[in-house]
Ligand binder design. Sequence first.
Ligand code: ADP
Ligand code: MG
Length: 623
Amino acid sequence: MALLQIAEPGQSTAPHEHRLAVGIDLGTTHSLVATVRSGMPEVLRDAAGRYLLPSVVRYLPSGGIEIGEAAKRAASQDPQNTIASFKRFMGRGSDAIAQLAGQSPYVLEAGEGMLRLRTVAGPKSPVEISAEILRRLRQQAEEALGGPLQGAVITVPAYFDDAQRQATKDAARLAGMEVLRLLAEPTAAALAYGLDKKAEGLFAIYDLGGGTFDLSLLRLQKGVFEVLATAGDTALGGDDMDRAIAERILADFAHCAGDDPAWLRQVLQQARLLKEELSVVSQASITLQLPNGERRQWSLDREELEQWLEPIIRRTLAPCRRVLRDSGISKEMIDGIVLVGGATRVPLLRRMVAEFFGQEPLTDLDPDQVVALGAAIQADMLVGNQKDELLLMDVLPLSLGLETMGGLMEKIIPRNTPIPVAKAQEFTTFKDGQTAMSIHVLQGERDRVEDNRSLARFSLRGIPPMVAGAARIRVTFQVDADGLLSVSAVETSTGVRAEVQVKPSYGLSDEVISQMLKESLEHGQEDVAHRRLAEARVEAERVREALDAALAADQQLLSAAELAAIHAARNHLLQALAGDSADALYSAVEQVEKAAAVLVERRMNQAVRSVMAGHSIDEWSNK
Ligand code: ADP
Ligand code: MG
């Protein structure tokens, strides 16, 4: 791109320098990282082969930390120190504590500019917690790609305000990552589907995750992607489906189980498994352990489940209608619907979305991966690995403005303005001899100041004394491609310039960030090794337990030779568990998984046969 390529005469061109860049979907429930290799976007996996990292961080009293799967498993024993769904807290200030408290098990406290969560390891800001996830993904990517990353594109919900975007960027800095661009999630999804290659059109991105629903309308015109409008529900997602199932289970066992917290958690977890399985098969069952120790089976078929899910899915249609109405676009004008988010795997959802929009949604890509794949494509463009660059344009999600007389907000840049953008407006003094003016920057759609988000306050001083109304104060708002704002103010009438650059009142100061970076570098290496070993142990233990349970139940499915091979791999795993090498643990896990593959397959076949018994083939092919 910007590099000059020099080819010696008689020699082929020097090999193209490929720069390592990734796309990261920093999700509420799961996070993942993807890259473009040999021209194709793909997700990157960890040593155990997984690509979905649960967005969960657990702080230990020892000062250690657990991330992802290991942390998620501990959530029930140690809820206060195991932080999940922290994306909801990103960029929120201390003033939001009252509103957010009670919605989560965490103790929230005021911090410098932003709220913090109390843990055994001290108060942690959502930025620091996110940085742990990003650091893990960076490490995973660098291991998979074999070198340091040049940078990353990180996705954010289209409606994220300035503070939430700034917080995301701060988290990346803290994780030692260069942010190439913050990209709206729906735009990333559209990119993954290669919609940029189509000429022009309108696309709806329907994203139902664990706890949030977003619907965005994108317009693609002359190679420019514009997010036209977004709507959603920040308290609607797959978790609601889990709860709907859990309620039935709890009702069925109400007479013998009560409301013991461990029992409730078990039921929720199992409900989720049932839900996910019923997206694939039409009947499934779970085994529950009652508080009195008794084990009981509970089964459910898809038809019944769909009756419970229908009202939940229907709730997603209201924002769909709203977006269409607000943007004056009819369903027939939409050229494609993209499904994003794990919960869109539910077959009923696909049918209801198809019916609502009057067309089949696009489902070729894994809905869990779409956003990360699109971000990877954008990252690849931004570091110059691709020849034709696509100009991507997002819009400002919420209006930006200033407080004016009477406690009202005056909008300077209205929402849905394509970014980057700069706009200036003139104000004047209202008192004779006034030499200072205080400026209050706001974001939101409401008229009254207190109903909007306060982004920053600053004063412009040194205005030459003159009569009221004579000064000309020009306030300039500048929003960059990441959606981040800077504001400056200048008194222009006398040629005397006074200018102030605002640093938003939320977020971390540069000093705080560099202090945190220093600390993380000091503890970095040992942390990484320690963490990797701890995770490997947990993984190995999990595999050993799963294997033992499978052997206990279905050993008879194996030949003597197969059984012997599995036992050899198991012994190897036990040896690795006694040692302290993460590599040895992972390789032992891999061996066990290889040896046990035959057992897994036969158990699966057996399960499918038992599920299918009593169903006709026709019934299956209709699913
Ligand atoms: P987020 O964007 O919030 O990080 P995800 O896109 O990872 O969320 O979606 C997580 C949700 O998707 C969870 O509620 C999970 O149970 C649900 N999910 C995953 N797979 C399936 C499936 N096969 N059927 C139904 N729901 C699923
Ligand atoms: Mg998501």
